[in-house]
Design a protein around this ligand. Sequence first.
Ligand code: PEP
Ligand code: MN
Length: 313
Amino acid sequence: MNIAGKLNIDDLPQICPTLSRKAKKRYAEGETRVVQVLEVCFGADQPVVIAGPCAVESRKQTLEVAFAVKLAGAHMLRGGAYKPRTAPHDFQGLGLEGLKILREAREETGLPVVTEVMDPRLVEQVANYADMLQVGSRNMQNYPLLTEVGRCGKPVLLKRGMAASLCEWLGAAEYIASQGNLDIVLCERGIKAFACGEYSRNVLDLNVIHAVKQETFLPIIVDPSHATGVSAMVEPASRAAIEFGAQGLIIEVAAARAGAERPKCDAAQAISPETLANIVEFIKARAAYRAGKGQAQVSSPATPQALAMTGAM
Ligand code: PEP
Ligand code: MN
């Protein structure tokens, strides 16, 4: 049957002539483009860990979390200055003030910053403060925004739309690439399915990691925070994503000290810096195991699972 708008994975070389592995033989089979954000490399040997608050709420909160995630071993800082909220009455982010706080956190910790841009008119402003621009799930098919971030000269973290097929997702990436910007990192953040909201926020589609690697040379990372919406699921989801070949993680973290304020956004999915440290140790242990180094150099705190895998337990 002929259906208007039907997308087929075999059509990807036509949909994405720049990014399809099959259309352009820019990269060898299995090889990933390395996307560099300052000294951080996505798609190289080690998975990249991005962590930080859901939203930049204050200078104090952001600096505290930024130092905590750095100490836990994160490579980059996340935090929303412009927040896509379901209701217009909810906290929308601090805007430009939030960007300035992120810049200070970056200067203080040395961690490169990724933050979301939602409005094509604000791309230049956000690019002046951030090292990497995030296009969120809700905006994956905002084509004027994709075109603008394609022109901004900064690497882009492109989240998968919550109901986007692989063809739609890679088509969105092609909009950025067609402006001459191939520094794109894809991010799986959970998709809508019948079970959403019953026991988790979204359904983490780990299978797509394999498919992405088959179809394109762009690196892919996973957001276990928005994929699950449940803090207790974030660590196991992170481990599973790494096992599936994710080239990084982006994780929401909140200060765990007694008396710390509860985050205004997504508090139920925020993990503690200590749990983040466990995830980082798992990644290191797994990488050492994969490299065939035998017993990994694991410093405390390490998960029993990570130690078991390295043969240290
Ligand atoms: C976020 O990372 O802050 C965010 C809003 O995520 P998503 O676009 O995946 O919902
Ligand atoms: Mn969030």
